[in-house]
Design a protein around this ligand. Structure first.
Ligand SMILES: Cc1ncc(COP(=O)(O)O)c(C=O)c1O
Length: 463
């Protein structure tokens, strides 16, 4: 297959360059210049076609080139492109908030909009801190998160992430969250199975709250279904119920970061809907909300808390682009498509098909150790030895190599080492929810060719 165009710092122009001009030179890898996209496909400047295996970083839920969304945005931009939310209300914001809150269901009646996931996460922290102060619990300021985890790239959210490689950058620069172990289920400590390890992880949360003093702890923030940080870990139901009970017992807010796993991706509109008896207090969303058409994020909170706070101090922090009418129009049109095309059901159906195909691939490929996830949010973990589950050496850069072989085979795959590969190496399979049965088969065929190329490069005997 043809090699995609190779981005090179040597070729950087005197002025400008792409976003990649900022990336580390040692990480120079083939980055195709994408010219257009439609459905689950993208085409580069040379006309080479790629399947968008991971919807970018799990963003493009409704697929590319959707004319209904583009038309709705254009119509809004021509009518009212902007109205500052501190000075005026706009109808699209009111309509969108109602629509989103209705889909999220009871407990998530109020919607605070942002330009993306990191801002939504920051809003959740600020809202809870403001609520704690206004309700006479001002000592509550500590956030607990999982190790590993990912919650964003602003300074505050970087400090929440369970990403060990960032420690020197953040030390003395940001208020670090306290960490508890993520409920991994594949490579487990001795004498544990997935259920007992998840119990151990929930116990670790309670021990941490007690050690810090519950009166100091504001919130426990978790990705209910993992993204890139854990390779789509799905905790056992007992874990979710366990952390809900622990948080309630200690007056600690439970926050679900559904920035990546929300908006129908897992086969329910919210991942939280998989565990209806253990709903969180706050949900953050982004990515699939705008589906690539507009930057859009949201913090969903109960009317009970928002209305109480509004009667006390209010929650007045504002970004200039909050509730931007064009973004809200995009968000509304995306939700129209989610419902018109029944994409939540598609996530469950096509997710089952892809998962079965990936399990078959696992049976054939010497480097596939685990396939996990929920709905159309799946991860493939790469290993050196399937029996021992030994990870591939970090210096092989396995996830990056698979990404590059993927490009050669016409696949755009989201993968990057997390925590320097300390927990293993994986890549994400999360195509747009509009993917058809036939397209799933093509994706699986190209992925098998990609993994075979990777295995040949490694020189593994039974490739
Ligand atoms: C789970 C999770 N939380 C938060 C974020 C941050 O969102 P954004 O990149 O839109 O700021 C991401 C992005 O990858 C994510 O996957």
């Amino acid at each position: 297959m043809d090699d995609p165009k190779v981005a090179s710092h040597d070729a950087a122009p005197a002025f400008g360059g792409g976003q990649d001009a900022f990336y580390a030179k040692r990480n120079i890898v083939p980055l195709p210049v994408i010219e257009r996209a439609a459905g689950i496909h993208m085409w580069d400047e040379d006309g080479k076609r790629y399947i968008d295996v991971s919807s970018g970083p799990v963003v493009s839920n409704i697929g590319h080139g959707n004319a209904r969304v583009a038309d709705a945005m254009a119509a809004q931009a021509k009518t009212l492109e902007y109205a500052f939310a501190r000075l005026a209300r706009n109808r699209t914001n009111i309509d969108y908030s109602e629509r989103l809150a209705r889909l999220a269901g009871p407990g998530f009646e109020r919607v605070s909009l942002t330009s993306g996931g990191s801002e939504a996460m920051e809003n959740a922290l600020k809202f809870l801190r403001q609520y704690a102060i206004a309700t006479g619990r001002a000592s509550k300021r500590i956030i607990i998160t999982c190790q590993p985890s990912y919650h964003g790239a602003t300074i505050a959210t970087l400090a929440m992430n369970g990403e060990v490689m960032m420690a020197p950058f953040l030390e003395g620069f940001a208020a670090m969250s306290e960490k508890v172990p993520a409920p991994f289920g594949y490579r487990l400590p001795e004498n544990h199975d997935a259920e007992s390890y998840a119990r151990h992880c929930a116990d670790a949360l309670e021990r941490k709250i007690i050690e810090l003093g519950a009166e100091q702890v504001l919130a426990f923030v978790i990705e209910p279904v993992g993204g890139l940080s854990t390779g789509c870990v799905v905790p056992p139901a007992a874990y979710i119920r366990g952390i809900r009970d622990i948080c309630s017992r200690h007056d600690v807010h439970l926050v679900f970061d559904e920035i990546l796993c929300g908006t129908g991706r897992t086969g329910k509109f919210l991942a939280a809907h998989h565990w209806p008896d253990a709903l969180p207090d706050i949900v953050t969303m982004a990515k699939g909300l705008g589906s690539g058409y507009s930057p859009l994020g949201a913090m969903l909170a109960p009317a009970r808390m928002v209305d109480e706070l509004a009667g006390l101090t209010g929650f007045e922090f504002q970004y200039s682009y909050n509730a931007n009418p064009v973004s809200c129009a995009a968000g509304l049109a995306v939700l129209d498509e989610v419902e018109r095309l029944d994409l939540v059901a598609c996530a469950a159906e096509r997710g089952a098909q892809l998962r079965a195909g990936l399990e078959d691939l696992k049976a054939r490929s010497p480097v596939v150790g685990d396939v996990r996830g929920l709905g159309l949010l799946l991860a493939v973990e790469l290993v050196a030895d399937r029996e021992t589950k030994a990870p591939l050496p970090n210096d092989l850069l396995p996830a990056d190599k698979v990404r590059i072989h993927g490009l050669r085979n016409g696949l755009m795959i989201y993968s990057r080492p997390t925590s320097g590969g300390r927990y293993g190496h994986w890549f994400i399979v999360a195509p747009p929810l509009i993917i058809t049965e036939e397209e799933c088969r093509e994706l699986l065929g190209r992925l098998e060719a990609t993994l075979n190329d990777f295995v040949r490069e490694l020189g593994v005997a039974d490739a």
